[in-house]
Each structure stands twice: as structure tokens, then as C-alpha cells.
Design a protein around this ligand. Structure first.
Ligand SMILES: [Zn+2]
Length: 195
């Protein structure tokens, strides 16, 4: 049987195969990874989600949105190539023997031999001076590692415990903008639950 509108069918198939980026208003600051380019970024005000029909594939960063529909497949190809190269490196590493210090040594180096992993979150809770939102900022990578490089443990401790920014030493004043980020309690609760 001859189809009357074969072009129409093709168009529908194309529509189904097409991926779509949808924008959602967001009141939360969330750390996420762009599925297109692989960058870790913080969702601010608008969350862009790549969808296949109703299926969520991942977030897309604003730099990729700026590049536009035409360029996104090319960015994905480049990222896919980078991951392939990374996978190759990891594969090579997996064939090597690795000398890793025992867990005990790690605990000793962290200054508390009795602190097991299951107690780590309770420890944080038991310490009233620890500001959970600051722990979250570092734990979730919202404060990028580059910002923490070169800081002494003492500085990081002040960031985690001192609410009054006027009391901060100049070494950590560049972290002020992160301390001002408002974080929804639900995310802190997730941290509290020790997940
Ligand atoms: Zn991106």
C-alpha cells in the first residue's frame, strides 16, 4: 500500500528522536555536572535539563546553552572523545599495582584514630561550631578546589566554623561569595542523614 504522506511520517519520527533542553526556574543553588561539556557548575535561578521525551538525561550548563542548538552535538562529541581518552588512561592504570596506605594510617593522619567512616557525620553533628551549610559547600564541590588550594587547615576550619565574616583572616576572604549562598535545608538534611 502506498503511503499518502510519507514525509509526514518521517517528520514525526524525527520529532520523537529529537532531544530537547527545557528550562525550569530554580530557587536552589545546586552543584551539578553539565552532561554536554562535563563542566561542574552551580545552577543559579534557571535549571536547564536535557530530555529525551519525558526521560531526563542530565543538566546543561549556561555556556553550552549560549553556544546554541547547532553547536551542542559538536560539544557532546568532543566530551565523548575526552571521556574515551580518560577511559583509556584509567584502563592502563588498572593494569598497574597500586601501593595505598592502610585505612588506619589514613585515620591517624586525619588526627582521630577512633573516627570510623560511619561516625564521621555524627562527629560533624556533635561539633556545634561546624556550620552545616559551609560543610555542604565544600563537600559538594560548590567551592571549587582551586579556591581552596594553598589554604592551611586552620583557614579551612575558620571557613567551616566562623559565622562572622569580619572575623575572617584575609587568606579566606575570597570565599565570602560562597558563604553568602543560601542553601535549602533539605540539602543540608541529606548531608545530616549521612548519605
Ligand atoms: Zn556545558
Amino acid at each position: 500500500m502506498k503511503e499518502i504522506f510519507p514525509w509526514k511520517r518521517t517528520l514525526q519520527e524525527e520529532m520523537i528522536k529529537m532531544l530537547k533542553v527545557k528550562l525550569h526556574k530554580s530557587a536552589l543553588f545546586l552543584s551539578t555536572v553539565c552532561v554536554t561539556c562535563g563542566t561542574t557548575y552551580v545552577v543559579e535561578k534557571v535549571e536547564a535539563i536535557l530530555l529525551e521525551g519525558d526521560k531526563r538525561i542530565g543538566n546543561v550548563c549556561k555556556e553550552c546553552i549560549k553556544m546554541g542548538s547547532q553547536e551542542i552535538p559538536m560539544i557532546l562529541r568532543q566530551q565523548s572523545q575526552r571521556l574515551r581518552e580518560k577511559a583509556k588512561t584509567l584502563e592502563e592504570l588498572s593494569n598497574r599495582s597500586i601501593d595505598c596506605p592502610p585505612w588506619d594510617e589514613y585515620l591517624q593522619a586525619s588526627g582521630d584514630k577512633n573516627l570510623g567512616s560511619e561516625n564521621a557525620c555524627q562527629e560533624v553533628k556533635a561539633n556545634p561550631q561546624m556550620i552545616m551549610s559551609r560543610v555542604f559547600l565544600i563537600g559538594e564541590g560548590i567551592v571549587p578546589n582551586e579556591e581552596l588550594e594553598g589554604l592551611q587547615n586552620e583557614h579551612i576550619k575558620i571557613f567551616l566554623t566562623e559565622l562572622d565574616i569580619s572575623q575572617w583572616p584575609p587568606e579566606i576572604l575570597h570565599l565570602k561569595k560562597y558563604a553568602e549562598i543560601e542553601i535549602d535545608d533539605r540539602y543540608l538534611f541529606r548531608f545530616d542523614a549521612g548519605v
